[in-house]
Design a protein around this ligand. Structure first.
Ligand SMILES: [Zn+2]
Length: 373
């Protein structure tokens, strides 16, 4: 009898002990920037090893950016030239899975369709907009692109036009059908700034829907509120349709989205509380990069979405002391964030010892599991 009991303990007791210690569930993600994809495979192997050792469990891999995709053989977009026709994504996803981590396709550019350092030096608006110039988002002054001093010029598809929605949906579907990602991490599903979009589609459709003639409305006016609401409806309509198609193409796929802080939802036309509430996305990843505002932003978000909605807190470690990053993670956990996503892979190495000896000292199960097929 003793022997039977002993055998029972050996057979079942050890696994039971393992189960009894419930592992923490917390997504710990890093955005893997395109610049890391251009380097040697050995560099990526080392990055994955380091992230895994520091108990990260998810990577958001740059897949669509600057008007290009990272993989070869796309029917919609050219592969980014610096990828040198290599198919690094399927290898990278395999390596991620080998380490028990998840990989999501980070569709970095969203409605942004093209980047050029100086728009005055090229007539091209990128492959999509050269083909469909009428889909170019236009600002209230008639400008065709968004200028950022530090970064250059960005063209965007009109986020309202159903034809833009079809183009983008097809690109996103292809990205998850050609590459065995576990999920998709959306980004820039929004208008570039509050000055967009004044294209002819928007003018016509806004007037049809609201009876108002589209022009720049004064802040706080009721017309401005109608305009803000209308733009949020357009991006929500896009994401509702997109989610349906993604889930039908790859059942079980995780859909997350990088989103703006609460104070920018109106100006960018991104009402992501509704995306969560309606289940179009599985988790929101608000980019709460202003450390001083983190507490207030999380308070606002939790008040709006409730205690259980899935929030993966986006934190910026670039130019931030590791001690501050650790402190921000503590704050995020205080608001029941179900995960932490850190921007970005290119500068994270210095933080890893602080994370693995601090808030990430124990492994955690990611909120969303790898897809088996
Ligand atoms: Zn428009």
């Amino acid at each position: 009898m003793k022997r039977i009991i002993l055998a029972f303990i050996i057979l079942f007791g050890i696994p039971l002990l393992g189960v009894a210690q419930t592992a923490t569930t917390e997504t710990r993600a890093v955005w893997v920037d395109k610049s890391d994809l251009f380097k040697e495979q050995a560099h990526l192997t080392e990055l994955l090893n380091d992230l895994h050792e520091a108990n990260f469990n998810t990577v958001y891999v740059a897949t669509y950016f600057r008007g290009y995709v990272a993989y070869p053989n796309s029917q919609h977009l050219p592969q980014y030239p610096e990828m040198k026709e290599k198919n690094i994504l399927s290898w990278l996803i395999g390596e991620t899975h080998k380490r028990g981590m998840c990989a999501e396709a980070w569709m970095e550019y969203g409605f942004y369709a093209f980047h050029t350092p100086d728009a005055s030096k090229t007539t091209s608006r990128g492959v999509l907009l050269d083909k469909f110039p009428q889909l170019t988002a236009i600002n209230q002054a008639g400008g065709l692109y968004l200028h950022r001093d530090r970064w250059g010029d960005f063209y965007s598809l009109c986020p309202s036009n159903p034809k833009s929605h079809v183009l983008l949906t097809n690109i996103f579907l292809e990205a998850i059908q050609l590459n065995p990602f576990d999920g998709i991490n959306l980004d820039r599903i929004r208008y570039p700034t509050e000055e967009f979009c004044f294209c002819s589609y928007c003018k016509e459709q806004f007037q049809k829907d609201t009876g108002l003639e589209l022009r720049p409305f004064p802040p706080e006016s009721s017309a401005r509120k109608t305009w803000d609401y209308w733009r949020k409806r357009q991006t929500e309509r896009f994401i509702a349709g997109l989610a349906k198609q993604l889930r039908s193409a790859r059942p079980g796929i995780t859909i997350t989205s990088a989103v703006v802080p609460p104070g920018e939802m109106d100006s960018k036309g991104q009402g992501w509380y509704g995306w969560l509430r309606n289940g179009y996305i599985d988790a929101a990843v608000p980019m709460l990069y202003q450390a001083g505002q983190l507490d207030a932003n999380l308070k606002t978000i939790r008040r709006a979405v409730g205690p259980h909605a899935k929030i993966i807190c986006g934190l910026n470690e670039d130019d931030v002391k590791p001690e501050s990053l650790v402190n921000q993670i503590t704050i995020a956990r205080g608001y029941q964030c179900q995960g932490i996503a850190i921007w970005y892979s290119g500068a994270i190495e210095d933080d890893l010892p602080f994370l693995s000896s601090g808030p990430f000292s124990n492994p955690a199960v990611p909120l969303f599991r790898p897809l088996t097929k």
